[in-house]
Design a binder for this molecule. Structure first.
Ligand SMILES: N[C@@H](CCC(=O)N[C@@H](CS)C(=O)NCC(=O)O)C(=O)O
Length: 204
């Protein structure tokens, strides 16, 4: 059994989608970020960075408990443990990793910076514009890729789709204009949103 400590943010959603979709047994423990529940000594013992998501697998490798933070590490762990949504073929796996990294090292940090500035007391307009342009450029490339194949890294769903979808759903909720005219992303987003595991994980 796996314990998941998370909130309804894109990183939290990523981990929950991974658990729902892979079918691994888990218990969800909501963490109230506004109440500082991620900064308690008990939470910091699991993740000294004081950030969600965290999983604790009581039946980890070698039968020993395993505590893990970082949403992308959790996606990989769930995929490897279940044997699902992670291609075995080396070329397909490399393509999956490339798409996964777009979500975790490009889209999520840039959006985090954009959203942080947007919510600040004095939003710096040129910085917001710069981050918006970078996000839009990433989404346009993503749209072109989705014109060539059904999912993020080919014609099979992988954890890269789960990661990208969590970011997409979050960004769409606050800056939908960033996806304007991207028909392939819209088609893919609709398909991902309709998946029962994704629906359950995102409260849809
Ligand atoms: N790179 C980490 C980022 C985790 C992260 O930024 N979590 C946010 C919520 S989405 C958080 O806990 N923020 C509270 C804080 O940093 O104090 C991951 O992918 O899990």
């Amino acid at each position: 059994m796996i314990d998941l400590y998370a909130a309804g943010t894109s990183n939290g959603m990523r981990a929950r989608i991974a658990l729902e979709e892979t079918g691994l047994a888990y218990t969800f423990h909501p963490v109230a970020l506004d109440k500082g529940e991620h900064k308690t000594p008990q939470f910091l013992a699991m993740n000294p960075n004081g950030q969600i998501p965290v999983i604790v697998d009581r039946d980890g490798p070698g039968g020993k408990p395993l505590t893990l933070s970082q949403s992308t590490a959790i996606l990989m762990y769930c995929a490897e443990k279940s044997g699902k949504f992670i291609p075995r073929d080396p070329a397909a796996r490399a393509a999956m990793l490339e798409a996964l990294m777009v979500a975790s090292t490009d889209v999520t940090p840039i959006f985090g910076a954009y959203f942080g500035i947007a919510r600040s007391k004095e939003p710096h307009a040129p910085s917001m514009q710069l981050f918006k342009e970078r996000l839009r450029a990433l989404f346009e490339v993503w749209d072109q890729k989705l014109a060539r194949h059904r999912y993020a890294a080919g014609d099979e769903v992988t954890i890269a789709d789960f990661s990208l979808y969590a970011g997409y759903a979050r960004i769409k909720g606050v800056a939908a204009d960033l996806f304007e005219g991207l028909a392939n992303v819209a088609r893919w987003g609709g398909e991902m949103a309709a998946r029962p595991g994704v629906k359950k994980a995102t409260g849809g």
